[in-house]
Design a protein. Structure first.
Length: 72
C-alpha cells in the first residue's frame, strides 16, 4: 500500500490505495513480465509480454502513481 489510511476523511478508499504485486519481483534485466499483460494499463515504453523488466520501467510506473496522486 502506498498511502496511510488513517487520515481518510470520507475519501473513496479505492482512489486512495494502491496494491503492489511482488509476484514479478526479481533482479532488473533478469526477471521477465508474464504473458498476456493487461491492455487496460498504461505500461512504460518497451513493456510487452515476456520482456525483461528494467529499472526504467519501475521508475516510469512509480512516476505514474505520483502523477495520479497529484491529479486526484
Amino acid at each position: 500500500m502506498i498511502e496511510d489510511l488513517k487520515d481518510g476523511e470520507g475519501e473513496d478508499l479505492e482512489r486512495r490505495t494502491k496494491l503492489i504485486d511482488f509476484d514479478w519481483a526479481g533482479r532488473a534485466g533478469v526477471v521477465r513480465y508474464p504473458l498476456h499483460l493487461s491492455e487496460g494499463i498504461r505500461w512504460a515504453p518497451g513493456v510487452v509480454d515476456y520482456a525483461l523488466i528494467t529499472q526504467e520501467h519501475d521508475l516510469y510506473m512509480l512516476d505514474q502513481l505520483s502523477v495520479q496522486r497529484i491529479c486526484a
